[in-house]
Every structure is written in C-alpha cells, then in structure tokens.
Ligand binder design. Structure first.
Ligand code: ATP
Ligand code: SF4
Ligand code: MG
Length: 354
C-alpha cells in the first residue's frame, strides 16, 4: 500500500530547477513517455552493477546493485551528491576498472566475455567526456590532431582523415579554418569541451558518457554544450548517459533520470515526471534544496550535509539516517526498486504520492 507522509509533498524548488538560460526550450527533450521509450532500441544494458573499492580502511561500497539501460537517441541523467557513486558507475560501464559484480552488454554483446583484443576494438564505441576539458586534452596538440586521434589510433585507408575532422568540428560549431590550428590553451572552456565532444564523435560511438561535462562552464557555455549534446544524441542515434549533480541541467538535457544515493538507485523515470512529482524522499529533498541552477546539492541544509560513510553504510535503506519518514522497517529491510507508475520505479517503503 502506498502511504503519503506529511512532508515534503510537492517540492517548492522544482520550478527553480529550470534550464540554464539560453537552452533552446523548443527543442528540449520531448518528454517522450516511458511507453515510447520501450520501443526504442537498447544500446547498453548493465545489470546488478556493484563497485567495491578496496581501501586501507576496508571495502568501500561505492555502487550496490544498480541497473542501467541506455537507449538509442535518448539521454539518461544520473544525479546524486558528491560521492554517491556516479563516476564509479561510468567507469564500471567502460570496464575501467570492471565492476566488482554485474554484467554490461553493448548492442547485446557481454563485455566481460570479450578477449582483451576484442574489448579494445569495441572500446571506441563508448566515449566519455569529462568535467575539465582543457586538462583532458593534450596541450601540445592542435585541435585538428586532437579530433583526429581516434582515427589515428585505428588507421583506415578508406577514411578521409581531413574530411572527418572537418565534419566533426563543423558539427560542434567550430570551423576547422578558424580552430584547426589552435591548441587547448587558446580555447575557452566551452570551446575546449566542444573539441572534446568532436573528438569523441570521430570515434563513431554508440554510447556517449558525459561526466559533469558542463559543471566547470559558465551559464552561456553550458547552454551551448547542453544543446549540442541533445542534438547530437538525436542526430547520431547515440545512447547518452549524462552525469550531474545539478538538477537544472538534468532537466534541460535528459529524457529520463536516475537518482543515486550512497551507491543505490532511489528512483528512476521520465525526467519531467520525476522532477514534477518525486516519489522518493531523497529526490524531493534534492529538489527542495536546489532553488537555483548550479547550486550544489545539499547546500541549503534541507538535505543533511554529510551522507553516511560508504565504508559503513546504514542497514536497510541507506537514506534512513537522513529521512524524516524512516521507521523500523527501513532499518531492517532494503527497499527494492518497484514500479509505481508506467516507466517509474522507486526504492522506498513509503513512497511519496502527488
Ligand atoms: N579508486 C578509488 N579508491 C577508493 N575509493 C574510491 C575510488 N574511487 C571512488 N572512491 C569512493 O567511492 C565513492 C563514490 O565515488 P565516485 O567518484 O563514484 O562518486 P561521484 O558520485 O562521482 O562523486 P563526485 O560528484 O564528487 O564526482 C566515494 O566514497 C569515493 O571516495
Ligand atoms: S525506505 Fe528509506 S526513503 Fe523510504 S521512508 Fe524508509 S528511510 Fe525513508
Ligand atoms: Mg564523479
């Protein structure tokens, strides 16, 4: 039975978690329903992912039993506080390093079953873009060479290197005639991130993982890069994972959202629906705690500042020590993700209802 705790109900901060100004609202994710999504081909599927880091203080449970499905032409946002395990999930998908447990399939191929050589050949299909574009690019190389790097790694005489570089730079709005000879230090943060995206595209990926890819950019560069990621996901048929702690950018860029707390998924569903009516108390608290785009999660005190240590996570629900609705069951029984509406799953014994 679904019970409705007293508060938080409709999060007051939802409207404020809007797109950064300049994000093209007309072409914002369609909010295509979960039902539509089911018809969209699955590109990457991860099941039962766990990541345990071995530390001097003992095993650190960064990710515990997470499923991720990325579909063609759709963007899934992964949102959660610092240390919730977002980057650990991204790296596990790429097997850098492999997950402690769980399987990852790309277009139906189980990555764990591949020989090192076959995995190397498949790696370019999964590209990652990072937070700090300038330091992720070799400072000594020109933009032209940086974008050509994936081609140089697997030379193919039938591929016209110059034409590919030209095309990818054009796609990110940086004409090769103006930018081809520049080096990373001669680019703004937004331009450098667009070069990093052009380079990722040159590898003809199926999956694009953007890990805090706009966090270091000013608002106008953020809007440019978000529009670009959305358009390219659509045009190139990519399956994108967008990692962020900023609900404003999540709203602007993603079709679906997955909320992560201390390595476990709290809830998942179409972004518009989840942000309009969160069902998990943690999601509601995050929304209430983000009165303006770009503000760090937990900054307002609505979410208690310090999550428990992943070295010694709470029994039962990992949110229970911060949750105003926790009861005895929450301490003894791990809440499993279950469907509360078509395409919406929530891991809570007492989900919020709108
Ligand atoms: N190589 C590692 N060795 C030991 N612990 C690690 C390692 N990498 C991550 N951790 C720990 O795993 C947990 C999850 O880290 P992760 O980097 O995945 O979080 P995140 O959600 O990406 O955080 P942020 O928003 O700060 O990037 C944290 O407690 C972190 O300290
Ligand atoms: S299961 Fe977790 S989030 Fe849900 S009421 Fe219990 S402590 Fe709160
Ligand atoms: Mg991270």
């Amino acid at each position: 039975m679904t019970r409705t705790p007293n508060a938080p109900s409709a999060p007051s901060g939802v409207d404020a978690a809007s797109a950064p100004s300049g994000v093209d609202a007309a072409s914002a994710p369609s909010g295509a329903s979960a039902v539509d999504a089911v018809d969209t081909p699955v590109v990457l599927r991860a099941t039962g992912l766990s990541v345990v880091h071995r530390t001097r203080s003992g095993p650190l449970h960064a990710v515990s039993g997470v499923d991720v499905t990325l579909r063609e032409r759709r963007t899934l946002a992964l949102v959660g506080e610092s240390g919730s395990g977002k980057s650990s999930i991204a790296k596990a998908l790429l097997r850098l390093p492999p997950p402690t447990t769980g399987t990852v399939t790309l277009d139906g191929t189980d990555l764990a079953g591949l020989s090192p050589r076959a995995l190397r050949a498949l790696r370019p299909r999964m590209q990652m873009v990072f937070q700090d574009p300038v330091s992720s690019l070799n400072p000594r190389r020109t933009v032209r060479d940086l974008v050509a790097e994936p081609l140089d790694a697997h030379p193919d005489p039938s591929v016209d290197r110059a034409a590919v570089v030209d095309q990818q730079l054009e796609a990110v709005g940086l004409p090769v005639a103006l930018f081809g000879d520049r080096r990373p230090a001669q680019l703004s943060g937004g331009q450098a991130q667009r070069v990093a995206i052009a380079r990722a595209l040159a590898a003809e990926p199926r999956v694009l993982i953007a890990d805090e890819a706009v966090s270091a950019l000013d608002v106008s560069a953020q809007a440019t890069v978000l529009n670009l990621l959305r358009r390219l996901t659509e045009e190139r048929g990519l399956a994108s994972l967008f990692i962020s702690h900023d609900l404003g950018v999540v709203r602007a860029v993603s079709d679906d959202v997955a909320v992560l707390h201390l390595g476990r998924l709290c809830e998942q569903g179409p972004t518009e629906e989840v942000l309009a009516a969160p069902a998990h108390p943690y999601t509601a608290a995050l929304l209430a705690a983000v009165p303006e785009p770009g503000r760090p999660l937990g900054d307002t005190g609505l979410v208690p500042a310090d999550p428990p240590s992943p070295l010694d996570p709470p029994s039962g629900c990992r949110f229970r020590t911060r949750c105003p609705f926790a009861d005895d069951r929450c301490a003894s029984e791990v809440p499993r993700l279950r469907e509360v509406a078509p395409g919406r799953t929530v891991a809570c014994h007492r989900p919020l209802t709108s």
